[in-house]
Design a protein around this ligand. Structure first.
Ligand code: ADP
Ligand code: MG
Length: 361
């Protein structure tokens, strides 16, 4: 009996030793193949213009032929998206809707565009209208993105503001109804985030090892470079030039990092800065005390939408909202204080002089 127990024990210990050896071997082989593979991936970089902004693509792939193929596929995807959602392209779904809807009638929308608007309306409700899918008449009046440099008359702003009420817009099962004949929608606040989501699908379709795709204020980090390292992304100094960094963010793969700031598109008048993110309550550029908001999420749509929404909401309400939505955030105030969410405490390193990192919440 004792011998049998001893034999069982011996067998058990053999199994344990064998398991440990196997795990060790697997780990070693895994590391080795990772190491070998990292040598085979190269970075290929491309730039283009699309969606009214500069696009930078760095693709980690086995060879130039594959990365060029992926680059072309991304360009085609962005062109298609722009043709569908840009308010500036005459026959896009959005521009056609703005031009052709009949008051109180249902204007048909594709399921995709309808779902973007539905998500925007939800954010509009959650932010008490600080984020508005129908702010377009106000941004068109100011024309900041078109290069206008004059402040519109207060009376004109009031008049136009009356046509930006989300309660006068309703989504139906297959389209949209407007209750006012001078309303207009645009997806400007979410377009680049949506583009990141679409690009991620293209990258997955080509089985790309890794990529960093920067589309205006939104950056998608996909996969890795061959070794399983995190990505390091520079966040722009809102008061520096384009190449000056506020700090560096260590980002996990699959994340989209979107920044909205008052330094992107603006003009100066009477010593004040007039930028392209509007407060739907006033019709003037949002004056919330923030100069830059960065949102990190695995959804490009959410990161882009929330960067705009939180910019308008300001530090207190914006931080609460970001935390409630489960995203990570970096807020920069006009007093040059930098607030980060708890999850970024170790992931964000402030570099620029003149800023103070404040306790994360
Ligand atoms: P960018 O377009 O530079 O990436 P944002 O993501 O912050 O910047 O989006 C700004 C765009 O969003 C504006 O150009 C305008 O079309 C739209 N917009 C401005 N204010 C608001 C707002 N309060 N709610 C929703 N969209 C807005
Ligand atoms: Mg945005």
């Amino acid at each position: 009996m004792r011998k049998i127990r001893w034999l069982i024990r011996r067998r058990r210990s053999k199994v344990v030793i064998l398991t440990v050896v196997c795990i060790g071997l697997l780990f070693f082989l895994g590391k080795r193949s990772e190491y070998i593979k990292s040598g085979t991936y190269q970075a290929y970089s491309y730039t283009t213009l699309a969606m009214g902004t500069g696009i930078k693509k760095t693709i980690y792939s086995e060879n130039a032929a594959k990365s060029e193929q992926v680059d072309s596929a991304i360009d085609a995807c962005l062109k298609e998206l722009e043709n569908r959602i840009s308010v500036r392209i005459t026959n896009s779904e959005i521009a056609s809707c703005n031009r052709s809807y009949a008051v109180d009638g249902v204007y048909p929308l594709s399921e995709t565009v309808r779902s973007y608007l539905e998500q925007e309306l939800q954010i509009c409700e959650e932010t008490d209208g600080a984020f508005s899918p129908c702010i377009r008449p106000i941004s068109a009046l100011w024309g900041i993105e078109e290069g206008e440099t004059e402040i519109p008359e207060q009376s004109r702003i009031q008049e136009v503001l009356a046509h930006t009420r989300p309660e006068n817009m309703e989504l139906t099962e297959d389209g949209i109804i407007f209750r006012d004949n001078r309303m207009a929608i645009d997806l400007g606040a979410v377009g680049k985030g949506i583009a990141c989501d679409e690009v991620n699908k293209v990258l997955a379709g080509y089985d790309v090892r890794g990529a960093v795709i920067s589309i205006g204020g939104s950056i998608a980090v996909y996969g890795d470079k061959g070794k399983r390292e995190a990505w390091h992304i520079g966040i722009q100094d809102p008061r520096g030039n384009e190449n000056e960094m506020l700090g560096v963010l260590t980002a996990k793969k699959g994340m989209v990092i979107s920044t909205s700031g008052d330094y992107e598109k603006y003009f100066m008048a009477d010593g004040r800065r007039y930028h392209h993110i509007f407060d739907p309550a006033t019709g003037y550029p949002a004056d919330s005390g923030l100069i830059s908001v960065t949102i990190i999420s695995d959804s490009g749509f959410l990161s882009d939408a929330l960067s705009t929404a939180c910019f308008v909401l300001g530090l207190e309400k914006g931080m609460d909202y970001a935390v409630k939505k489960g995203v990570q955030a970096i807020f920069v105030t006009s007093g040059r204080e930098v607030y980060v969410t708890k999850g970024l405490k170790h992931a964000f390193k402030l570099q620029a002089d003149g800023y103070v990192l404040k306790e994360s919440r």
